[in-house]
Design a protein around this ligand. Sequence first.
Ligand code: NOJ
Ligand code: CA
Length: 556
Amino acid sequence: MHEVGSPGPSAPGDYWWRSAAIYQLYVRSFADGNGDGIGDLAGVRTRLSYLAGLGIDAIWFNPWYPSPMSDAGYDISDYRSIDPVFGTLADADALIAEAHAAGIRIIIDVVPNHCSDQHPWFQAALSAAPGSAERARFWFRPGRGRGGELPPNGWQSIFGGPAWTRVTERDGRPGEWYLHLFAPEQPDFNWANPDVRAEFEEVLRFWFERGADGIRIDSAGMITKDASLPEVSIDAPSGPHHPYADRDDVHEVYRQWRAVADEYPDRVLIGEVWIPDAVRLARYVSPGELHTVFNFPYLSCPWNAPALREVIDSTLALNGPVGAPATWVLSNHDVDRIVSRYGRTDTSFSLQQRAYFHSLPVDLQLGTRRARAAALLTLALPGSVYVYQGEEIGLWEVQDIPDELRQDPIWRRTRGADPGRDGSRVPLPWSGQEPPFGFSPPGAASEPWLPQPKEWRELSVEAENGQAGSMLELYRSALRLRRAEPALGDDSMTWVPSAEGVLAFDRDASVRCVSNLSAASVALPGHCAVILASDPLDGGMLPPDTTVWLRTEPQD
Ligand code: NOJ
Ligand code: CA
């Protein structure tokens, strides 16, 4: 791991991203500098010392570009600037410089599958004629039916409803349709078009030149399409025969992106690829392509020892041979917060079943205990790790946001059948006894863009700061130890025999991690010191839903 100070170039074999702890910062909900109720870059700048003190190595920013915000910034109208609600390009430059000075690297989000319907290219396509070069950058097609009144095919949007919207042509008549795998405000680019490829290479260079250390690639597996646009059933397996999910030709694009990243020292490309086929997932991180991908099987895995062990084994088995480090992710801005998940009777997660998960009762105390144990388990695994903002203070999913305040297009487009993702995006509580809990400055003109539960007064950074046994202090200790301890971070692990429901593994000969996911206390294995425990130990016993890091050999 690098020292605090300027993130200088890493030695070969010691690449920062192989073991980094990466903090996912959802700008809208992190800290509001100007009191309009929406987080911004000025707010982030005032909290950089908090992040440096937390002990993270890099920040991944969700999209910060100009956007009509139809999908919280994942609908970009200008890839080379900052949305005024978040600040200016000068603010981003200053933030990058300040983060670097604090030893924190910056990863930004790039969205190549689609842009905003307000992007100049899409606006130009709307004003241009069918068959024009402007339309060829997207997927415009005539409709089916006698008057073209039916969409070109039956593809459904991932956010609900049809994946096609009909446009009005210049003569005022209904005309062609365009493809949007997400919301209608997010038209899909045509990646067979050379303009699109060239443009994104320039966008990457633009941000690398400004000091971005990495790029998180949104919906990375979906960008290329079968131009014959065949029908596909909802449960068709992703892969080479799917018209848009994980097609083989996507890899050409990322080999090219890797060449661009390699023009700069020490940059990293991270793919957001939600595919169930682990063998095909490994192709994205094969030599000459992306550096890492998010580990969604781990994120979706229930709090269950054999299931977790299987995911850990398959992750390492697939990454190892291609030379890529594993990544470990417990949650993000698209899924339910981990405390709520682990407090349910069903602790798994899937994007397609959010309504079902929200219908289950939640035991927050149990969920918090498990989330603590999961944090230490996760931070002990080999590879890099993500911490989604708020995880470090134990926030839970806010499931009771009033309907009229919900913002997620998933909620609207499914007409409420899917509660959407707002509950994981509620602004952070920093201090004080009442909302906005220091999220906005005193006397702010507007309330936070989503309401904060009053109970979060107990979970604020101020409330947890310095409190032994708080989630925040657990994360601080674990991140500090992980950074200082040579056995943790990148490299290998070895399972050691353990009782049923217990996960125990060694990181070299000196550090052992033991997680008890069973319902009964188990005896601690022999050790010379306890490094850190997620909850108090019971003499020589490890209580249920507890993880401990043990030193098994005396230190020099
Ligand atoms: C994945 C992002 O994480 C999600 O928030 C977004 O809605 C979709 N991609 C579409 O860009
Ligand atoms: Ca603001």
